[in-house]
Design a binder for this molecule. Structure first.
Ligand code: BGC
Length: 797
């Protein structure tokens, strides 16, 4: 089995959505689902195309309430291409004999081979290759080669652009407004080109798509007559070409896409036409595209010689989709990390906290990209400040879901498909998203040592988040501790207490502990800045001397709920009813989305000790046991010897894994003491999308955080890579059954190659002139200089 290729044989309407999502091609600027070029959005196929950061808002009335939703916009499809033997049906209406779809991840090319037979028995073999260019981010290409097998005559080919598109990729949103585009123009330009221009109807983003279609036989361009195809929602060309049985004819369609958000252009229309006029042919572009992928894969290399090929292929698939959602092109885009990639319309393309799982992959390979993604957050401080102010606090309250400008865009009502009812959605109470932003800034700084970023942007974000959480924390005399009331933790099953649903819970351990941690980092940040920067920032933010004092106090007196040796998910979690897991499992089978099941029964997860996903256990994902002990110590608590184990055990028995993030976190927390189970969860995380474990959700977009997180389990958990205290730490819990892993990272301007196996760890630094770095493995610390290799053999059992 080839670990670089994902392939599907045959056609299965029930599987089509998932295949399209998994065969999406993209380059960080735009992405197009792997839909068949002749298909239309018909309930089976969904040829979606999305450009990073292109959002639009629409309003609806639901149950007498006005709701406004912002969505990543589905752009006119650039794919349409169909053919027929003259007098016969167009291929979409003819008989498809066999089809093989191959996603070549090494080259970033989707190959489709199939045969089509019309009613007259004329059979044509077809091979299609397509790319979304990884170097020239505005260019997409589709090359189709036809071979008539048993007939000679006229072949008709239609190549067009859609002139309109709607967002209807998610059935649950089906009753809501879906028309984001306004057609502006659709014209033929010169002999070969078509230009389609649309604009989003609220955000006023202009989008231009230009196409050029050419025909070739034996490498020579054919000058055949072309007719205009003008349909209500299509504009293109139709060609008629004489073909002979057994002889190939090739049609090459190149498309350029620009939007008014782009830089270095005058207007999108001219830019698209010029780009097309200046670019080479399909094969030349393909060669450059493949080179760009070769270089990317070099940087994101993960080699596991003895790994099970299926697992390795999925790891590659996960990296592949990550690199297609965010790439070097993102750096100039002002775009965030959409939780479902640029692959579908779930969560409306919103940005949530998922970047917490994504950044570690980029921090260690393309820190410039993380920096850009953090700048996206920095630019949205005005909305976050406004939100904090409206909530009665200072600082910045980052939104749970957002897109264009950083305002809160979480839906206030959602449809439960299990009951058909619209339900109040209070998930915006997940204030912890701001803590994740601050955590990410700190991690970026730890990996890169980039003080310039910290001084210019990072410190401001950490301090503003700290300020907000310091405001949220209230001192309670009886306890002599600070508490945070009325928030939601990562577990979305608990929106409140049974008698007060939708008002949040009190003292979510994850939120409280991270608050204490962020406040301590805010103090560190102030110490790290030089005197001038500190004075300037203090002045700009109007920071009062008593504020850092208060942060210090809260960071030492925050309340952490416990019951016995177990950290409570929130205050009172342990007093909720126990849930009948086996009863529900036998009744429903799949009970990952217990929230939907219970609501449809008129019940609510708020009544039970059930968690959708890792919540308390997130702490063990973000911090090592030593760090957690230190955090508890600072708070004046003792982390008992069995607290971690008992806590893990407690929540393992109460978690439904209704989010794909859960398996990632469980693999992580089990790695230390329960390797076999950890590997099981790791394999489950790998199955998230390729097996569509959430049944139907992959078709609506991939689970980017689970994709990144599963790769991160290898590097930071099993391989035990940590970046803290200005040093690189390696404390592997490497499962021997995974063989040997080799991967490359960048740390403080060094390029390092790490090799980890059951036998030990080897780190090599690339030749260069950087100052040495501190490297610590299982208590042994060394200085590693450019060009050196150091080995840490596994201690004897
Ligand atoms: C999870 C969230 C996550 C979101 C998007 C939800 O199911 O509960 O934690 O941010 O999916 O991935």
């Amino acid at each position: 089995m080839n670990s670089w290729t994902l392939s599907y044989d045959g056609f299965d309407p029930g599987e089509e959505g998932r295949r399209e999502a998994l065969c999406t091609l993209g380059n960080g600027y735009l992405a197009t689902r792997g839909a068949a070029p002749e298909s239309t959005a018909d309930g089976v196929h969904y040829p979606g195309t999305y450009a990073a950061g292109v959002y639009n808002r629409l309003t609806d009335t639901v149950g007498g309430r006005t709701v406004e939703n912002e969505s990543l916009v589905n752009l006119p499809s650039w794919l349409p291409l169909t053919f027929a033997a003259e007098g016969g049906a167009w291929c979409e209406d003819a008989e498809g004999l066999d089809q093989r779809l191959e996603l070549d991840m090494r080259r970033g090319v989707l190959v489709r081979r199939w045969r089509v037979r019309d009613a007259a028995g004329r059979t044509t073999a077809v091979t299609q290759r397509r790319f979304v260019h990884m170097r020239h981010e505005h260019l997409c290409g589709l090359q189709t080669t036809f071979t008539p097998e048993n007939w000679s005559g006229r072949l008709l080919v239609r190549s067009s652009l859609d002139t309109m598109a709607r967002n209807h990729g998610v059935a649950r949103y089906g009753k809501l407004a879906d028309t984001h585009l306004r057609p502006l123009s659709a014209e033929l330009v010169g002999e070969r080109c078509v230009l389609v221009v649309v604009a989003t109807n609220q955000s006023q983003i202009r989008v231009a798509e230009a196409q050029r279609t050419r025909l070739f036989r034996a490498g020579a361009e054919l000058d055949v007559p072309r007719e205009t195809v003008r349909e209500p929602s299509r504009l293109g060309h139709e060609f008629a070409v004489d073909v002979t049985a057994g002889e190939e004819v090739t049609v090459e369609k190149l498309v350029a896409v620009y939007t008014s958000r782009d830089r270095a252009i005058s207007d999108p229309d001219t830019a698209a036409l010029n780009r097309l006029a200046w670019c080479g042919d399909f094969d030349e572009l393909l060669a450059e595209h493949e080179l760009a992928w070769r270089q990317l894969w070099r940087r994101f290399r993960v080699s596991m010689r003895d790994a099970e090929p299926r697992a390795l292929r999925t790891i590659r698939l996960h990296l592949f989709h990550l690199l297609q959602t965010m790439s070097g092109h993102t750096v100039d885009l002002d775009a965030g990390v959409p939780s479902r990639g640029l692959h579908g319309e779930a969560y409306r393309g919103h940005v949530l906290w998922d970047e917490l799982f994504v950044f570690p992959i980029f921090n260690l390979r393309v820190p410039l990209l993380t920096r850009a993604l953090l700048r996206y957050r920095h630019r949205r401080l005005p909305w976050a400040r406004r939100a904090a102010w409206e909530a009665g606090h200072s600082g910045a309250m980052y939104p749970w879901q957002s897109g264009s400008d950083g305002r809160e865009d979480s839906q206030r009502l959602h449809l439960n498909p299990a009951s058909g009812r619209w339900i109040v959605d209070p998930t915006y109470l997940q204030r912890h998203v701001g803590l994740a932003v601050a955590y990410n800034v700190w991690q970026y700084y730890q990996v890169t040592g980039d003080r310039e970023f910290l001084g210019e942007y990072g410190a401001e974000m950490i301090i503003e988040v700290a300020r907000f959480f310091a405001g949220l924390a209230v001192y309670e005399h009886e306890r002599d501790r600070y508490v945070i009331r009325g928030v939601m933790g990562p577990d979305e099953f608990h929106t409140g207490y049974p008698d007060a649903p939708e008002r949040g819970v009190d003292n979510n351990a994850y939120t409280n502990l991270l608050t204490a941690w962020v406040l301590a980092r805010a103090l560190d940040v102030l110490r790290l800045l030089n005197e001038q920067s500190r004075a300037e920032l203090t002045e700009t933010l109007g920071l009062r001397p008593e504020e850092p004092e208060r942060w210090d106090e809260i960071s030492r007196r925050m309340f952490v709920p416990m019951h016995g040796p177990v950290i409570s998910q929130f205050e009172g979690y342990e007093r909720l009813a126990e849930f009948d897991w086996s009863g529900y499992r036998s009744r429903y089978g799949d009970i990952r989305r217990l929230d939907r099941i219970l609501e449809s029964e008129g019940d609510s997860p708020n009544r039970y000790q059930v968690s959708k996903q890792a919540d308390v256990l997130m702490l063990l994902y973000l911090f090592s046991a030593d760090e957690l002990a230190e955090m508890f110590g600072r708070l004046g608590y003792e982390l008992g010897p069995d607290t971690i184990d008992r806590t893990v055990d407690y929540y393992m028995r109460r978690t439904a894994h209704g989010s794909t993030l859960s398996a990632v976190v469980h693999a992580w927390v089990l790695a230390r003491n329960h390797r076999e189970q950890a590997v099981e969860y790791f394999l489950e995380a790998l199955r998230s999308d390729i097996a569509d474990v959430q049944r139907g959700t992959t078709a609506e977009g991939v689970h980017l955080a689970a994709m990144a997180g599963s790769v991160d389990v290898l590097q930071r958990c099993f391989a035990g890579l940590e970046t803290r205290d200005d040093a690189l730490w390696l404390n592997p819990y490497w499962p021997r059954e995974l063989g040997t892993i080799e991967f490359d990272i960048r740390y403080r301007e060094h390029s390092l190659t790490l090799r980890i196996s059951g036998a030990g760890v080897q780190v090599s630094a690339c030749v260069g002139h950087q100052p040495p770095i501190r490297l610590s493995c299982r208590g042994r610390e060394v200085l590693l200089r450019p060009g050196e290799t150091v080995e840490f053999p596994e201690p004897a059992p």
